[in-house]
Design a protein around this ligand. Structure first.
Ligand SMILES: C[S@@+](CC[C@H](N)C(=O)[O-])C[C@H]1O[C@@H](n2cnc3c(N)ncnc32)[C@H](O)[C@@H]1O
Length: 273
Protein backbone atom coordinates (compact mmCIF):
# COMPACT_ATOMS: atom_id res chain seq x y z
CA UNK A 1 0.00 0.00 0.00
CA UNK A 2 1.41 3.44 -0.87
CA UNK A 3 2.41 5.56 2.13
CA UNK A 4 0.52 8.75 3.00
CA UNK A 5 3.04 10.92 1.17
CA UNK A 6 2.70 8.92 -2.05
CA UNK A 7 -1.12 8.99 -1.99
CA UNK A 8 -0.99 12.75 -1.67
CA UNK A 9 1.43 13.39 -4.53
CA UNK A 10 0.05 14.69 -7.83
CA UNK A 11 -0.48 12.23 -10.72
CA UNK A 12 2.90 11.69 -12.40
CA UNK A 13 1.59 12.46 -15.88
CA UNK A 14 0.20 15.84 -14.78
CA UNK A 15 3.42 16.70 -12.99
CA UNK A 16 5.61 15.82 -16.00
CA UNK A 17 3.37 17.82 -18.31
CA UNK A 18 3.43 20.79 -15.96
CA UNK A 19 7.21 20.70 -15.47
CA UNK A 20 7.84 20.46 -19.22
CA UNK A 21 5.78 23.64 -19.60
CA UNK A 22 7.11 25.57 -16.58
CA UNK A 23 10.82 24.70 -16.32
CA UNK A 24 11.98 26.38 -19.58
CA UNK A 25 10.14 29.53 -18.44
CA UNK A 26 12.51 29.61 -15.45
CA UNK A 27 15.60 28.86 -17.60
CA UNK A 28 15.74 25.29 -16.29
CA UNK A 29 15.97 22.14 -18.41
CA UNK A 30 13.47 19.30 -18.07
CA UNK A 31 16.05 16.55 -18.78
CA UNK A 32 17.91 17.52 -15.59
CA UNK A 33 14.78 17.11 -13.48
CA UNK A 34 13.44 13.93 -15.09
CA UNK A 35 14.86 11.48 -12.53
CA UNK A 36 14.43 13.68 -9.45
CA UNK A 37 11.08 15.23 -10.27
CA UNK A 38 9.32 13.62 -7.27
CA UNK A 39 10.99 16.11 -4.93
CA UNK A 40 9.44 18.97 -6.94
CA UNK A 41 6.07 17.20 -7.40
CA UNK A 42 5.71 16.77 -3.63
CA UNK A 43 6.33 20.47 -3.10
CA UNK A 44 3.82 21.30 -5.83
CA UNK A 45 1.21 19.13 -4.10
CA UNK A 46 1.76 21.08 -0.89
CA UNK A 47 1.62 24.43 -2.70
CA UNK A 48 -1.66 23.61 -4.42
CA UNK A 49 -3.17 22.79 -1.05
CA UNK A 50 -1.93 26.08 0.42
CA UNK A 51 -3.49 27.99 -2.48
CA UNK A 52 -6.73 25.96 -2.40
CA UNK A 53 -6.25 24.83 -6.04
CA UNK A 54 -7.40 21.41 -7.23
CA UNK A 55 -5.14 20.79 -10.24
CA UNK A 56 -1.94 21.81 -11.98
CA UNK A 57 -4.07 23.22 -14.79
CA UNK A 58 -5.52 25.66 -12.22
CA UNK A 59 -2.00 26.37 -10.96
CA UNK A 60 -0.88 27.27 -14.50
CA UNK A 61 -3.71 29.82 -14.67
CA UNK A 62 -2.69 31.11 -11.27
CA UNK A 63 0.93 31.56 -12.42
CA UNK A 64 -0.19 33.46 -15.49
CA UNK A 65 -2.18 35.89 -13.33
CA UNK A 66 0.25 36.21 -10.40
CA UNK A 67 3.79 36.80 -11.71
CA UNK A 68 5.27 36.79 -8.17
CA UNK A 69 4.29 33.09 -7.89
CA UNK A 70 7.14 32.27 -10.32
CA UNK A 71 9.55 33.09 -7.48
CA UNK A 72 7.87 30.46 -5.28
CA UNK A 73 7.99 27.95 -8.12
CA UNK A 74 11.69 28.70 -8.64
CA UNK A 75 12.28 27.84 -4.97
CA UNK A 76 10.28 24.62 -5.32
CA UNK A 77 12.67 23.54 -8.10
CA UNK A 78 15.77 23.35 -5.87
CA UNK A 79 17.07 19.80 -5.72
CA UNK A 80 18.95 19.36 -2.47
CA UNK A 81 20.42 15.83 -2.67
CA UNK A 82 24.05 15.62 -1.49
CA UNK A 83 26.38 13.49 0.62
CA UNK A 84 29.97 13.42 1.86
CA UNK A 85 32.66 12.25 -0.62
CA UNK A 86 29.96 11.99 -3.33
CA UNK A 87 31.45 10.39 -6.47
CA UNK A 88 34.45 8.92 -4.75
CA UNK A 89 36.72 9.05 -7.84
CA UNK A 90 36.66 12.86 -7.99
CA UNK A 91 37.55 13.30 -4.34
CA UNK A 92 40.25 10.63 -4.64
CA UNK A 93 41.74 12.62 -7.55
CA UNK A 94 41.56 15.87 -5.57
CA UNK A 95 43.22 14.17 -2.62
CA UNK A 96 46.03 12.32 -4.36
CA UNK A 97 46.72 14.53 -7.35
CA UNK A 98 45.04 17.91 -7.84
CA UNK A 99 45.41 19.42 -4.35
CA UNK A 100 48.98 18.15 -3.68
CA UNK A 101 50.04 19.60 -7.06
CA UNK A 102 48.41 22.92 -6.24
CA UNK A 103 50.33 23.14 -2.99
CA UNK A 104 53.57 22.62 -4.93
CA UNK A 105 52.74 25.76 -6.93
CA UNK A 106 51.31 27.98 -4.20
CA UNK A 107 51.32 28.30 -0.40
CA UNK A 108 47.64 29.19 -0.25
CA UNK A 109 44.73 27.50 -2.03
CA UNK A 110 41.36 29.24 -2.26
CA UNK A 111 38.36 27.07 -3.08
CA UNK A 112 34.75 27.96 -3.93
CA UNK A 113 31.91 25.41 -3.69
CA UNK A 114 28.85 26.58 -5.63
CA UNK A 115 25.57 25.02 -4.46
CA UNK A 116 27.04 23.54 -1.29
CA UNK A 117 23.68 22.18 0.05
CA UNK A 118 23.96 21.36 3.80
CA UNK A 119 27.76 21.50 3.74
CA UNK A 120 28.56 17.93 2.69
CA UNK A 121 30.93 19.00 -0.11
CA UNK A 122 32.88 21.80 1.66
CA UNK A 123 33.27 19.65 4.77
CA UNK A 124 34.53 16.78 2.61
CA UNK A 125 37.21 19.16 1.30
CA UNK A 126 38.06 20.24 4.86
CA UNK A 127 38.42 16.58 5.88
CA UNK A 128 40.73 15.90 2.93
CA UNK A 129 42.78 19.03 3.61
CA UNK A 130 43.18 18.12 7.29
CA UNK A 131 43.30 14.32 7.25
CA UNK A 132 44.65 13.06 3.91
CA UNK A 133 48.29 12.01 4.10
CA UNK A 134 48.90 13.19 0.53
CA UNK A 135 48.35 16.84 1.55
CA UNK A 136 51.44 18.51 2.98
CA UNK A 137 50.93 19.96 6.50
CA UNK A 138 51.04 23.66 7.45
CA UNK A 139 49.54 24.82 4.20
CA UNK A 140 47.00 27.61 4.08
CA UNK A 141 43.61 27.17 2.45
CA UNK A 142 40.13 28.67 2.48
CA UNK A 143 36.79 27.28 1.35
CA UNK A 144 33.94 29.61 0.42
CA UNK A 145 30.70 27.62 0.30
CA UNK A 146 27.63 29.27 -1.21
CA UNK A 147 24.04 28.18 -1.68
CA UNK A 148 20.87 30.05 -2.58
CA UNK A 149 18.93 28.38 0.26
CA UNK A 150 19.23 30.10 3.65
CA UNK A 151 17.81 27.08 5.49
CA UNK A 152 20.46 24.76 3.98
CA UNK A 153 23.24 27.20 4.90
CA UNK A 154 22.00 27.20 8.50
CA UNK A 155 22.01 23.40 8.50
CA UNK A 156 25.52 23.46 7.06
CA UNK A 157 26.72 25.71 9.87
CA UNK A 158 25.09 23.38 12.38
CA UNK A 159 26.83 20.39 10.78
CA UNK A 160 24.64 17.45 11.86
CA UNK A 161 24.11 14.55 9.43
CA UNK A 162 22.38 11.16 9.28
CA UNK A 163 24.71 8.16 9.02
CA UNK A 164 23.69 7.45 5.40
CA UNK A 165 25.16 10.78 4.37
CA UNK A 166 28.63 9.67 5.53
CA UNK A 167 28.66 6.25 3.87
CA UNK A 168 31.24 7.12 1.17
CA UNK A 169 33.76 8.65 3.58
CA UNK A 170 36.87 6.63 4.46
CA UNK A 171 35.76 4.68 7.59
CA UNK A 172 38.60 5.80 9.81
CA UNK A 173 37.78 9.51 9.24
CA UNK A 174 34.34 9.30 10.87
CA UNK A 175 35.47 8.89 14.52
CA UNK A 176 38.18 11.50 13.95
CA UNK A 177 35.89 14.18 12.57
CA UNK A 178 32.41 13.55 14.05
CA UNK A 179 30.79 13.21 17.45
CA UNK A 180 27.72 11.03 17.90
CA UNK A 181 24.58 13.18 18.28
CA UNK A 182 20.93 12.20 18.91
CA UNK A 183 20.07 13.06 15.27
CA UNK A 184 23.16 11.37 13.75
CA UNK A 185 26.74 12.68 13.59
CA UNK A 186 27.92 16.21 14.40
CA UNK A 187 31.05 17.48 12.69
CA UNK A 188 33.67 18.63 15.19
CA UNK A 189 34.32 22.38 15.40
CA UNK A 190 37.94 21.96 14.24
CA UNK A 191 36.66 20.88 10.80
CA UNK A 192 34.49 24.00 10.48
CA UNK A 193 37.55 26.25 10.59
CA UNK A 194 38.52 27.75 7.25
CA UNK A 195 35.02 27.41 5.75
CA UNK A 196 32.93 30.51 5.10
CA UNK A 197 29.26 29.64 4.42
CA UNK A 198 27.25 32.22 2.47
CA UNK A 199 23.74 32.57 1.04
CA UNK A 200 24.20 33.54 -2.60
CA UNK A 201 22.36 32.90 -5.88
CA UNK A 202 24.88 31.98 -8.60
CA UNK A 203 22.53 33.50 -11.21
CA UNK A 204 22.85 37.00 -9.74
CA UNK A 205 26.02 37.23 -7.64
CA UNK A 206 29.57 35.97 -7.30
CA UNK A 207 31.95 36.39 -4.38
CA UNK A 208 34.86 38.84 -4.44
CA UNK A 209 38.35 37.56 -5.22
CA UNK A 210 39.76 34.70 -7.27
CA UNK A 211 40.00 30.97 -6.69
CA UNK A 212 42.43 28.15 -7.49
CA UNK A 213 39.67 25.55 -7.47
CA UNK A 214 35.91 25.81 -8.02
CA UNK A 215 33.43 22.97 -7.52
CA UNK A 216 30.12 23.41 -9.32
CA UNK A 217 28.57 19.96 -9.17
CA UNK A 218 25.03 18.77 -9.78
CA UNK A 219 23.57 22.22 -10.19
CA UNK A 220 24.27 24.59 -13.13
CA UNK A 221 25.25 21.94 -15.70
CA UNK A 222 22.34 19.65 -14.81
CA UNK A 223 19.36 21.88 -14.06
CA UNK A 224 19.99 25.17 -15.92
CA UNK A 225 19.32 25.67 -19.65
CA UNK A 226 22.22 26.02 -22.10
CA UNK A 227 22.17 29.83 -22.25
CA UNK A 228 22.33 30.09 -18.47
CA UNK A 229 25.06 27.42 -18.37
CA UNK A 230 27.10 29.51 -20.82
CA UNK A 231 26.53 32.72 -18.87
CA UNK A 232 27.46 31.16 -15.53
CA UNK A 233 30.36 29.24 -17.08
CA UNK A 234 31.86 32.59 -18.15
CA UNK A 235 31.33 34.01 -14.64
CA UNK A 236 33.08 30.98 -13.16
CA UNK A 237 35.97 31.40 -15.61
CA UNK A 238 36.34 35.04 -14.55
CA UNK A 239 36.67 33.92 -10.91
CA UNK A 240 39.32 31.25 -11.54
CA UNK A 241 43.05 31.92 -11.68
CA UNK A 242 44.66 30.91 -14.98
CA UNK A 243 45.29 27.12 -14.83
CA UNK A 244 42.78 26.93 -11.96
CA UNK A 245 40.52 23.87 -11.79
CA UNK A 246 36.76 23.56 -12.26
CA UNK A 247 35.13 20.34 -11.03
CA UNK A 248 31.66 19.41 -12.32
CA UNK A 249 29.35 16.50 -11.47
CA UNK A 250 30.01 12.97 -12.71
CA UNK A 251 27.15 13.17 -15.25
CA UNK A 252 27.88 16.73 -16.33
CA UNK A 253 29.88 18.42 -19.08
CA UNK A 254 30.34 22.04 -20.11
CA UNK A 255 28.56 23.37 -23.21
CA UNK A 256 30.89 23.38 -26.28
CA UNK A 257 31.05 27.20 -26.41
CA UNK A 258 32.99 27.19 -23.11
CA UNK A 259 35.87 25.21 -24.63
CA UNK A 260 37.54 28.58 -25.34
CA UNK A 261 37.80 29.12 -21.57
CA UNK A 262 38.25 25.57 -20.26
CA UNK A 263 40.20 22.48 -21.27
CA UNK A 264 38.75 19.14 -20.15
CA UNK A 265 41.44 16.95 -18.57
CA UNK A 266 39.29 14.10 -17.24
CA UNK A 267 35.61 13.28 -16.99
CA UNK A 268 34.67 15.86 -14.30
CA UNK A 269 37.80 18.02 -14.29
CA UNK A 270 38.43 21.15 -16.38
CA UNK A 271 41.35 23.56 -16.30
CA UNK A 272 41.05 27.25 -17.13
CA UNK A 273 43.09 28.06 -20.22
C1 LIG B 1 21.70 18.75 -6.03
S1 LIG B 1 22.42 19.82 -4.83
C2 LIG B 1 24.13 19.54 -5.12
C3 LIG B 1 24.94 19.67 -3.86
C4 LIG B 1 26.43 19.39 -4.04
N1 LIG B 1 27.05 20.33 -4.94
C5 LIG B 1 26.64 17.98 -4.52
O1 LIG B 1 26.97 17.78 -5.70
O2 LIG B 1 26.47 17.04 -3.73
C6 LIG B 1 22.17 21.43 -5.59
C7 LIG B 1 22.31 22.59 -4.62
O3 LIG B 1 22.34 23.82 -5.35
C8 LIG B 1 21.56 24.78 -4.66
N2 LIG B 1 21.09 25.79 -5.62
C9 LIG B 1 20.02 25.71 -6.44
N3 LIG B 1 19.92 26.82 -7.17
C10 LIG B 1 20.95 27.63 -6.83
C11 LIG B 1 21.38 28.90 -7.25
N4 LIG B 1 20.71 29.57 -8.18
N5 LIG B 1 22.51 29.43 -6.67
C12 LIG B 1 23.19 28.75 -5.71
N6 LIG B 1 22.81 27.53 -5.27
C13 LIG B 1 21.72 26.97 -5.82
C14 LIG B 1 20.44 23.99 -4.02
O4 LIG B 1 19.88 24.70 -2.92
C15 LIG B 1 21.17 22.71 -3.61
O5 LIG B 1 21.69 22.82 -2.32
Amino acid sequence: MPDKDEREVLPNIDCVDFLQWALPRLNFRWQGFRKVRRQVCKRLTRRLKELGLDSLRAYREYLLNAPSEWTSLDQMCRITISRFYRDRGVFDALRSDILPNMFKETQSVNIWCIGCASGEEPYTLALILRLAEDIPGNKHWTVLASDVDQHLIERAKDGVYPQACLRELPDNWIPLAFDAAPEGFRIKDAYKEGIDFRVQDIRSAVPAGHFNLILCRNLVFTYFDTLLQEEIGLKIASKLHTHGYLIVGSHEHLPPSLSECFKRISSCVYVKR
